[in-house]
Ligand binder design. Structure first.
Ligand code: ADP
Ligand code: MG
Length: 265
């Protein structure tokens, strides 16, 4: 056994020299980034900074042109998304991916991609698959209850409001019991009444011992729930520190905050 108390203080994710280019455009060029365990890290930066691309690469939805990254001590560079998820790192999408033609409950069950039932080699062991299926259903129902979606379990996801779909996507991500949850603009397009509920859920994830990274543009939200803030611009990490440090950083003001203020006034 490795020494768990040492592991607990180590960053859950360490990114080294990761690059993603699209033709001549360098969308992501991150020399070094560490995500602290059991904390909420906000990822901010202007549109086009590379935030979504970085999420895509790290979670196996896109490939890197260079670099490597370790999750919980394991080099997962280049792993496909389903393996990354089984390892304990999941993400949600800026534009929700809930499958509109499936029920809320079936969307949840699809999230349980760690089931051995889908591995053909184990398919003959039906008893085992059934037990896991039952567990998955129980877990799905408990999560739907947590997220206030129980009453909608048999409704098509298409009938949910935008905010409810965001909740469904977050709940679905939790089906694999992730250690690290990456949320890409979880509050975008959500009506103010549901924003508080989403914020509460994000904080609860941390309080349950998970680690959260989330992309957010609303600085009030960022300041209220983040333990740490990372700012990207033009593919690079330009600041990394406490919320107070990052909002007063001149490079962040120049690249992002000042410009937003100017637009808003
Ligand atoms: N599939 C793609 N093909 C070409 N360019 C892309 C692709 N995905 C993203 N980009 C470009 O990469 C840059 C970073 O985009 P993105 O990661 O979506 O930024 P953010 O999420 O910070 O707004 C942008 O210039 C965007 O146009
Ligand atoms: Mg984005």
């Amino acid at each position: 056994m490795s020494n768990r108390s040492d592991a607990a203080s180590e960053p859950i994710l360490v990114v080294k020299s990761v690059e993603r280019r699209f033709g001549g455009l360098v969308a992501v060029s991150v020399d070094h980034l560490e995500v602290p365990r059991h904390k909420i890290t906000a990822l901010i930066g202007p549109n086009g900074a590379g935030k979504t691309t970085l999420f895509n690469v790290l979670t196996g939805f896109d490939h890197a042109d260079a670099g490597h990254w370790k999750f919980d001590g394991v080099d997962i560079s280049g792993w496909p998304a389903y393996r990354v998820a089984r390892q304990g790192m999941v993400r949600t999408f800026q534009l929700t991916k809930a499958l509109a033609g499936l029920t809320v409950l079936d969307n949840m069950l699809l999230g349980a991609s760690g089931q051995s039932g889908e591995r053909l080699v184990l398919a003959p062991f039906r008893f085992r698959w059934r037990a896991e299926e039952r567990e998955a259903r129980e877990r799905a129902l408990a999560l739907l209850d947590d997220f206030g979606l129980s009453a909608r379990q048999n409704d098509l996801a298409a009938t949910l409001s935008g905010g409810q779909r965001k909740l469904l996507e977050m709940a679905r991500a939790l089906m694999v019991e992730p250690k690290l949850v990456m949320l890409d603009e979880p509050m975008a397009g959500v009506n103010p009444a549901l924003v508080q509920s989403l914020l509460h859920h994000v904080q609860r994830l941390r309080d349950e011992g998970r680690t959260v990274v989330f992309v957010e543009h609303d600085m009030d939200v960022v300041m209220s729930i983040s333990d740490r803030v990372v700012c990207m611009a033009e593919g690079r990490v330009i600041a990394d520190g406490t919320p107070a440090e990052v909002v007063s950083n001149q490079a962040v003001i120049d690249a992002y905050l000042g410009q937003r203020h100017a637009r808003a006034t």
